[in-house]
Design a protein around this ligand. Structure first.
Ligand SMILES: [Zn+2]
Length: 301
């Protein structure tokens, strides 16, 4: 079966932000967050970096045809490194843009420069890291309007990693107001759905948004993390199959969230989560989820 990964991270060195503190690479998969050191990646990541070469090696190893490089302020701003790798592996990699959307108009201008250059595309928002310095900010705030207008005008997809209940309200607002933006909900709703203390009906609401709006999709990555379970991740398989029954195979895309997910399973196991794990999904529909939806949306040129 063909496989396209729509969410993989590369960086030469982590220089990000989390929990209001800087995060940076040390060694053996470890990072510092403020003064504390913690294991972020497996120790085989000797320099605590995720290179393009290493990603391509994993893709070759597991038969992954193409991947989208996904940014996140959590790891830092690595657009230059993305571009370098995309130019090196033009048939294998595409990369998503990251700007500081709190800058409003200025962020929109930066985005339009990326789109005019034609190497990076789309936009990523990871709510927790993005709004760390301004936690009251909502995605629907007026000051972010220029950014959404820019994505809509250029017809660029937006990848959303949501954390808060109010993000789901904002998603409804955005999907209605920006019909020319394709929205991809990362990690099946992530913390906004599966995080501790979240109301149970959040997930139902997200599935309804995916089902009702033709411009909204969902990716299947990192679900096992929220259920603290070991491979073969039976709760995660159930969640993915339930999602399939609710929204249909045209709206779902597989993703690895490499390399952080290697703490929980191998790349092959992350593939198997859907390919061999989801026994209720027929192969023809798995082909859509594993590659063909992504190919149609992101490699249609
Ligand atoms: Zn990620």
């Amino acid at each position: 079966m063909k496989i396209i990964d729509i969410h993989a991270h590369v960086y030469e060195k982590i220089a990000g932000i989390t929990e209001g503190q800087p995060m940076s690479s040390t060694a053996m998969g470890r990072v510092t967050v403020g003064n504390q050191e913690r294991q972020l990646l497996p120790p085989s990541f000797e320099y605590s970096r995720s290179t393009g070469e290493m990603l391509i090696a994993h893709m070759d190893w597991c038969g992954i045809e193409k991947a989208l490089l996904m940014p996140n302020p959590y790891y830092g701003y690595h657009s230059r490194y993305f571009v370098e790798n995309i130019l090196k592996y033009p048939d294998r990699l595409k990369g998503v843009a990251l700007v500081d959307i709190l800058k409003g108009e200025k962020a929109a201008r930066e985005l339009s420069r990326y789109y005019d250059d034609g190497i990076l595309f789309g936009m990523k928002i990871e709510v927790n890291s993005t709004f760390q310095c301004a936690p009251e900010t909502r995605m629907s705030d007026d000051k972010l309007t220029p950014v959404w207008d820019c994505c809509n005008q250029y017809r660029q997809p937006v990848f959303l990693h949501m954390f808060r209940t109010e993000d789901i309200e904002d998603l409804k607002f955005l999907t209605k107001n920006y019909p020319d933006i394709v929205f991809v909900i990362c990690h099946m709703g992530a913390d906004s759905c599966f995080g501790k203390g979240m109301p149970k009906d959040n997930y139902e609401e997200v599935l309804e948004i995916v089902k009702q709006n033709k411009n909204v999709y969902i990716d299947t990555s990192t679900v096992p993390v929220y259920f603290e379970e070991e491979y073969p991740w039976t709760s995660s398989v159930r969640i993915i199959e339930d999602c399939y029954y609710r929204v249909g195979p045209e709206k779902m895309m597989w993703a690895s969230d490499y390399p952080g997910m290697l703490n929980h399973g191998t790349m092959q196991q992350l593939i198997n989560l859907v390919v061999t794990g989801c026994t209720h999904i027929p192969d023809s529909h798995k082909e859509l989820i594993m590659a063909e939806n992504a190919r149609r949306l992101f490699w249609n040129n």
